[in-house]
Design a protein around this ligand. Sequence first.
Ligand code: GDP
Ligand code: MG
Ligand code: K
Length: 301
Amino acid sequence: MQPNDIDTRCGLVAIVGRPNVGKSTLLNRLLGQKVSITSRKPQTTRHRILGIDTEDAYQAIYVDTPGLHKEEKRAINRFMNRAASSSLAEVGLILFVVEGTRWTDDDEMVLNKVKQAGLPVYLVVNKVDKVADKQALFEQLQKLSEKFTFEHIVPVSAKHGKQVDALRDLVKQSLPPSEFFFPEDYITDRSSRFMAAEIIREKLMRYTGDELPYATTVEIEQFKMTDNGVYRINGLILVERESQKRMVIGKGGQHIKTIGEQARIDMEHLFDTKVFLELWVKVKQGWADDERALRSLGYGD
Ligand code: GDP
Ligand code: MG
Ligand code: K
């Protein structure tokens, strides 16, 4: 069949930008569902995640990436950089996300990388809800559009859902004729097991101090559906030191209880069923530095 005979449109769209500009928040908003975890901390997204948006004859497959990191020393950062770069390979369109009026060297570095791909780029200016000085924003956009070529410039607020529909429509119109890559009811390429681990990690990122998140990871030891449709999930939280284990558990186990409750609520939403969640914490030294250990935890891609 010739591409012209196909009446569906489908393509890959990469969401790129420096850490914390709101890439994962934007993806979730585009999909109307949470598939990628978010927090105010950089390095929240560790894996390449696909978010699939199918409507009528259109299927946009968004690729959420870890932000590119300058620090390549730790194995975990090397994996995240690889995941971020390799995701550009089969993509047809790039959403380059920046934050309000803030333009940094890191933005410039990411944009230069993006430009090398030779693909159409939409400049998505996120967090406009935080910009009080609209004139400054306008001048900033003017300057950027003189210096670089963008197919479109779209100011949005991913958090509040402002202008995200307009962006979604622009993306849909740009998709090339193609069969769908995924069944219509898929929202991500990731397994429920993976999503469960990510949800627990999001709560860890959100409810613990600044030093802890980078030293933790989560393994799902059991993921079982019982006869009456209830999910039984056991999660193991790995930390690097005994002191971190105490922090995660908290006084009288209060902290891990909150993390477990919040994670369970999100899981019940996502899986649309009742969930029994149990969490354990274990010390596993140096996991973030050890490439082999990382691969065994699923960080190979
Ligand atoms: P990523 O690292 O680029 O994926 O960024 P995240 O999606 O994890 O978001 C980083 C932080 O920015 C989180 O605390 C989000 O709630 C916040 N954020 C994202 N989008 C917006 C927005 O439109 N407005 C505001 N005020 N905050 C946002
Ligand atoms: Mg992210
Ligand atoms: K983040």
